[in-house]
Design a protein around this ligand. Structure first.
Ligand SMILES: Cc1ncc(COP(=O)(O)O)c(C=O)c1O
Length: 259
């Protein structure tokens, strides 16, 4: 919060229109902030008079438990970006939600006759919209959201158990979004030398073991299992993941790089 205040002061409050954030940084390494962070940042943005924009492209639609990560902290952003889970990825569709105030500013604030309506080439494409409507129904009536919430503790337990693995320095998760951070030194959490090509080694071993996940360049492995996962599928996921980590550990170059 203080660093946001300091940054706005440095730039000059009149030069800052908005603060953008993900409730949990996804492609940045699945960085799970402490509970209350999102609300505190929203309050700070409000105090500074700047818009609070939340990117829920990854965290939306039950990924972290509730429909939106914002819901967990009672946060109503001024704008929210959405995609992926909106159609469950079956067809492409993105969306931007606006607060009433932002909408009214755009809709009513233009000088008479000035065309400032905002749109995108494929706004409200009928195929995307039809799929999104059905997917939204399935989250609620189809029990998909509830299943994600039910199995999340199993996902958390599986990731946490892997903290004991010699390659793992950290496990992070919220709902069905999680990560393992691989380190060469469990005490100092030092990352592996990029020259070792660890992400490629992990991906190749995972592929051989019949499992696909995101291997970030800095040794973070990102997981976002389907909200429809069963307990048995988690057993399979963690058996394959453990085998994958053991296979990578069996590589002489990797063992040699360990502290
Ligand atoms: C959090 C987040 N926001 C935005 C995007 C990109 O969205 P778009 O491709 O619609 O610009 C991604 C892509 O993966 C993302 O993970």
């Amino acid at each position: 919060m203080q660093s946001l205040r300091d940054k706005v002061a440095e730039l000059g409050a009149d030069n800052v229109a908005a603060f953008f954030c993900e409730p949990i940084q996804g492609s940045g390494g699945v960085i799970v902030p402490p509970a209350g962070w999102l609300r505190a940042m929203r309050d700070t943005a409000r105090e500074l008079g700047i818009l609070f924009v939340v990117d829920e492209v990854i965290t939306g639609f039950g990924r972290t438990g509730p429909m939106f990560a914002c819901d967990a902290e009672g946060v109503q952003p001024d704008l929210m970006t959405l995609a992926k889970g909106l159609t469950s990825g079956y067809v492409p569709m993105g969306a931007t939600m606006l607060s009433e105030e932002v909408y009214a500013t755009i809709a009513d604030g233009a000088p008479a006759g000035a065309p400032i309506g905002h749109g995108a080439t494929y706004s409200a494409h009928p195929v995307g919209a039809a799929v999104a409507l059905d997917v939204l129904r399935l989250y609620q009536e189809g029990g998909v959201l509830a299943n994600g919430q039910r199995v999340a503790p199993r996902f958390a337990a599986g990731l946490d158990a892997l903290r004991a693995h010699p390659l793992v320095g950290d496990a992070r998760h919220r709902g069905l979004l999680g990560a393992l951070e691989l380190v060469s030194d469990k005490a100092t959490k030092r990352a592996f030398d990029p020259a070792l090509g660890l992400p490629d080694r992990v991906f190749a071993a995972a592929w051989r073991n019949g499992i696909v996940f995101r291997c970030f360049g800095d040794g973070v492995l990102g997981f976002a299992p389907a909200l429809t996962y069963t307990e048995a599928e988690f057993d399979q996921l963690f058996a394959r993941l453990t085998r994958t980590l053991d296979d990578v550990l069996a590589e002489a170059e990797v063992r040699a790089a360990l502290a």
